[in-house]
Design a protein around this ligand. Sequence first.
Ligand code: SF4
Length: 370
Amino acid sequence: MNKTKKDNYKSFSNLLLNWYDKNRRNLPWRALSGELPNPYFVYLSEIMLQQTVVSTVIPYFLNFVKKWNTIDQLAKADFQEVSFYWAGLGYYSRAKNLHETAKIISNDHNSIIPCDKSKLLSLPGIGNYTASAIMAIAFDIKSNVIDGNVERIFSRLYAVDEPLEKSKKYIEEISERYLPNQRYGDYAQALMDLGSLICIPKSPRCSSCPLISFCKVGGTNNAKIYPKRLPKKIKNNRYGLFFCLINQHGDILMTKNNNKGLLSNMDVIPSIGWLKEDKNYFSKSPNFITKKDSLFDLDWKILEKKIIHVFTHFKLNCSIAIAYIDNNDILKDQSVKKSYKFIDSQNLKKLAIPSLIKKIIKYLEDENYF
Ligand code: SF4
């Protein structure tokens, strides 16, 4: 990187910020040029953007702020409603943490999002990246905000040959050197925008890049091979069986997932398994179900079709067991009644249903199972 030998960091940030002033994306959580950012909008967007792309987040963000325009309003919301508005965004523990954090800020911080990194880090769901992003974008405080875009840009600028998994510390050190002495929020967002619009993963648009004179691989075919990565691990398969019980009105049986972790607090179709391949019996004998495993001791038909859903760490192969009943007697037992409910198609739309369950319901509807 010839030019960096002269340590021309100022020219780097000036070029980037000038580019940003002309090319910045208009995003609903962003302040317009010359306006102060709304820290609640910045916080909410950063939580939603964890593991989720901008285009997916925009409609969710707009719905959230239409419903809860301040952190206080969100703090006072019923969590069931928050999870309903979150449904479909995935990583549902984020919704729980978002609501918890809103309550803490409302009660303990006078409804003001703290502009102190250690205080931010003490709040549920806020890690180092999110705290740095809030510091820079909401409060214009100097912070090295490193997301996937920044990693990609700096690994190309410096042609970092070590796989990203091993070079994060190095990238953090070099990106730190380039932080400007003003406009910290704009600088962080400029890098994000450059990574989304110009230094894109597959075919970087080097001829439009303001940083090309700083870049070791800019304009070459090599640019796209950075950042290098360790070979991908193959995702583990898991197998689950979903019990789709339809009553005489065409309503489907749903339950609340009270387990911690994946799909926590969401409305789901009852299921068993989610087993790893070595223990799996659904893949080996998909029509087999023991009485012990069967729900309500009914006659279940297991469908040929398998629904596949990919989570971050595994791929879930979902078998569907279907049964019909002509009365709701199974809900007579109080303990059963407490855990399960039949829901009609209109009210299904009001529940916080994760994408996996939506996929199963859509399949059943498309194939006229109910
Ligand atoms: S010149 Fe190309 S590879 Fe280098 S930072 Fe710009 S877009 Fe990325």
